[in-house]
Design a protein around this ligand. Structure first.
Ligand code: FES
Length: 223
């Protein structure tokens, strides 16, 4: 890849797949029957974005890479542009090393996403959604429901979810990211998957029941 400095928003003039991407492309394309490889456009855009993250520290998809996807899949470039610009998860301009995707949809908002947003702003110096911090470490984006409402509020950092956040735990998370030491994803309060806060309240003795007695097993009904 020949490249001007991607962090200032200048598009690279060309894009070349690295070995890791080539291997991933091979696995994706093999899933589709001959002539249907265009169905792999979304996985290939992810592969581009991941490669850019590895190579530049900014996981985004330059125009030249969209053209490379089109060429590889035998598609018109405009078809790739349409997909890349439609989905929010594809970044079409450079972003910070840590992409803070704050869910502000109703369940997260009711559970305190405003405090998460304010903590992100205070810790990074970012003033509004869509901005990148001056040190280039953080970009903050507002996103719709991430599908983890049971543990709201939720902040997605790059590909990982952090859940049950408040202002303090968000600050601690961002401190850890700044130290390049991301904590384990999931609930920051230690909630077990999506169990109630404080632990499961049903099926708590299932593991002690053992196998059912033989007469409890019903034979299959004859048809
Ligand atoms: S509303 Fe935030 S994860 Fe669903």
């Amino acid at each position: 890849m020949t490249e001007t400095n991607s962090s200032n928003g200048v598009q690279p003039e060309s894009f070349a797949w690295d070995a890791e991407s080539e291997a991933a492309i091979g696995r994706v394309v093999a899933k589709y029957p001959p002539g249907k490889q265009a169905s792999g456009v979304i996985p290939l855009l992810y592969i581009v974005q991941n490669q850019m993250g590895r190579q530049t520290g900014s996981a985004w998809i330059p125009r030249a890479a969209m053209d490379a996807v089109a060429h590889r899949l035998g598609m018109a470039p405009i078809r790739v542009y349409e997909v890349a610009t439609f989905y929010l998860m594809f970044n079409t301009k450079p972003i910070g090393k840590w992409h803070l995707q704050v869910c502000t949809t109703t369940p997260c908002w009711l559970r305190g996403s405003d405090a998460v947003v304010e903590a992100c702003k205070a810790a990074t110096g970012i003033g509004a959604f869509g901005e990148t911090s001056e040190d280039g470490l953080f970009t903050m984006t507002e996103v719709e429901c991430l599908g983890a409402c049971v543990n709201a509020p939720v902040l997605q950092v790059n590909d990982d979810f952090y859940e049950d956040l408040d202002a303090d735990s968000t600050r601690q998370l961002l401190d850890a990211l700044r130290r390049d030491a991301p904590p384990r994803p999931g609930s920051v309060t230690g909630r077990q998957t999506s169990a109630p806060a404080g632990g499961p309240t049903t099926l708590t003795t299932l593991q002690n029941l053992g196998p059912p007695p033989p007469d409890a097993v019903q034979p299959p009904r004859e048809r």
